[in-house]
Design a protein around this ligand. Sequence first.
Ligand code: RI2
Length: 312
Amino acid sequence: MKQLAETARKIHEMEIRGAGKIARTAAAELRDYAFRLRTHDIIEFNEKMRIAAELLVSMRPTAVSLPNAVRAVKRYKGGTVEDARRSIKELADGFIAGSENAIKRIGDIGSKRVRDGDTIMTHCNSAAAISIMAAAYAQGKDIRVINTESRPRMQGHLTTRQLDVLGIKTSLIVDSAVRYFMKEVDIVIMGADAVTANGSVINKIGTSQVALSAKESRKNVIIAAETYKFSPRTILGDLVDIEERDRGEVISPEKLSEFSNVTVKNPAFDVTPREYIDLICTEVGGFPPEMAYVIIKDFLGWGIEEMNSNGA
Ligand code: RI2
């Protein structure tokens, strides 16, 4: 339980972050937890696995990749603890390998939309979006990236570092300079924490402003998202929760205490309507956002019944 709680804490406090990374981490933690459990009673084992799954899912409410990964592992079968463990390992390892492969495929597919000489704008830090840039650069395309700081957690700095290591020319800008620089941009590439059945994209706060600015300037917006970022439950009418994080990320408690009439809002994500998105690039191909429902149905493959019976 100690290690499970520690992994949960790291996800909650964003020591482990990024929608894909938290999904792979949760799958690995469930697998390892199954092997750490001492019980030989399958009923007790199943109950402990259920509680562990719920705990992990509750750590970040927005990234749908997290419940989707947990759900994939929870499909295990087995009449004995040994059989259940074997099944869990197979499912978790399969999810992790599939996820890593998906990011690579997105790079291969999405990079075809990047031309030699392009200036790309990106926001926050997305492994899937960076995969596209890295693949385009590896193909010998001379690209330049403009990337935002992404306040308040400054994940843009991670992007700057990763692109720098790859050798890609990068300009780091403050979030409020997006529109100022949009005229220099050829294409916008960003990641996703969730994609809804109607093709809206939920990603780091500020994404919708970048997309709005791109739309105004007639610049294409590509969203890089593995199929497990699509939210099956939105077909049932559920909305994706937007995580409200600690106000201390925005202003220190000491500073805030100087004011009498001030509240601080700190939503971590926003919703970009599908009208602002030209293409969602997944590991099974690039699709217009209007096709989100098809991806959920055909590639994610979860039936309505399973969604109803499984809260994760
Ligand atoms: P990959 C991140 O969320 C960012 O919003 C990023 O765009 C998205 O996950 C997708 O990232 P956070 O964990 O899965 O930083 O493509 O809140 O790496």
